[in-house]
Write a protein that binds this ligand. Structure first.
Ligand SMILES: *Cc1c(COP(=O)(O)O)cnc(C)c1O
Length: 388
């Protein structure tokens, strides 16, 4: 028999982290000591209280059934309380909050609700890959908004082609940003809202890193800005906030109709988040502040060690205000981010992510993830001395 992949599958770019994982496994199989500064997955466990809450909730057989499509009402109410306390944004837990199986799930399903074949979405570039992937799977075409250092890695809305704007349905924004670690001011959210109203676009704000912050910086929420709820939604996740990447729990909040669209897609493809995990998610939000106070100190110490160390090696890199990434322009005389990352893996046993993996405008950069101990970062700097 002969099976052929669908056209939409063939159009997907290769998922970068799968390729990097292959290289990593090969290096490990050869018995080498690898320092992995590649994928953004917190090295520390979820808070102990959260694991205990899961254990307790898993023992209650009431939680063993299919979860409700719209998610547990107690979890939704806890999310509403968190949004109010953390951002001062008021949300209706009945209609404006939807639990997700990790925010990646909601982000990649959203275009199925709003994008027809032939439509476009506006995606930042470099970016988190599912904005493009979800668009392509739904039959749409991602249109790239370059994030350039000279614009502080904000998209230039005036440069977007007017012909594309007629076909565009969704605009993605992501601050604090992965991979550039850039942040935005409230004024940027206001600009995007005006722009979205003018061109009838849905705003998808990805706030996965709103809690991973340094030097007293505190990002606000898109949903706190006037007009936000008329135009868009915000995705959040417990993955980075509470070291829960493997648990698969996130949520999308905002415009009622957009939430209803995502919920309708989901009701046809999945059956929601395990109730016991939603119960543990409540405890995660209860303990988030205490947990983050500690984790952000840990990340900040690692950030300082890495950035100061790279600068000492003659590689000028700036300290980010948020996210656990350091986005670095390639050292002098290097052009290809893939070649540079390969050299660093071969010669120093260090995995870093080539910028081009996040899109063409990521070329010329590499991303370091601060998800290993300070001791390992010091060791990585020692090894980098020989490569640079
Ligand atoms: C990690 C990450 C997410 C969150 O993914 P989950 O599916 O919630 O684990 C979302 N957006 C960006 C930009 C990320 O880096």
């Amino acid at each position: 028999m002969e099976f052929k992949f669908s056209d939409r599958l063939k159009k997907l770019p290769p998922y970068l982290f799968v390729e990097i994982d292959k290289a990593k496994r090969k290096a490990k199989a050869e018995g080498r000591d690898i320092i992995d500064l590649g994928i953004g997955d917190p090295d520390e466990p979820a808070p102990k209280e959260v694991t205990e809450a899961l254990y307790k909730a898993a023992q209650d057989s009431k939680n063993h059934h299919y979860p409700l499509d719209q998610g547990s009402s107690v979890f939704r109410e806890r999310v509403a309380k968190w949004y109010k306390e953390r951002f001062g944004a008021i949300l209706d837990p009945e209609k404006e909050i939807l639990p997700l199986i990790g925010s990646k799930e909601g982000i990649s399903h959203m275009p199925f609700a709003f994008v027809n074949p032939g439509d476009a979405t506006l995606v930042p570039d470099p970016c988190y890959p599912p904005y493009k992937g979800g668009t392509i799977l739904a039959g749409g075409t991602p249109y790239i908004m370059p994030l350039l250092e000279e614009n502080n890695f904000l998209p230039d809305l005036n440069k977007i082609d007017k012909v594309i704007l007629k076909k565009a349905k969704i605009i993605y924004i992501n601050y604090p940003n992965n991979p550039t670690s850039a942040v935005c001011e409230k004024g940027f959210f206001q600009d995007v809202i005006l722009f979205a109203k003018k061109y009838n676009l849905i705003i998808a704000s990805d706030a996965a890193y709103s809690e991973i912050v340094f030097d007293g910086y505190k990002p606000s929420s898109f949903l706190k800005v006037e007009g936000a709820k008329e135009t868009g939604v915000e995705f959040h996740s417990l993955s980075k906030t509470c070291n829960m990447t493997g648990w698969r729990i996130g949520f999308v909040c905002g415009n009622e109709k957009i939430i209803a669209g995502i919920a309708k897609v989901k009701s046809n493809v999945d059956s929601g988040v395990f109730n016991a995990i939603q119960m543990a998610g409540i405890i995660a939000l209860d303990t988030a502040e205490k947990h983050l106070n500690r984790m952000n100190k840990v990340y900040q110490e690692r950030r300082d060690a890495l950035v100061d160390g790279l600068n000492k090696l003659g590689w000028p890199v700036k300290k980010p205000k948020a996210t656990f990434y350091v986005w670095a322009r390639l050292p002098k005389n290097n052009k290809s981010s893939i070649e540079f990352a390969e050299t660093v893996l071969d010669k120093a046993g260090i995995i870093i992510t080539p910028g081009i993996g996040f899109g063409e405008n990521g070329e010329g950069y590499v991303r370091f993830a601060l998800t290993v101990s300070k001791e390992r970062i010091d060791e990585a700097l020692d090894r980098l001395k020989k490569v640079l």
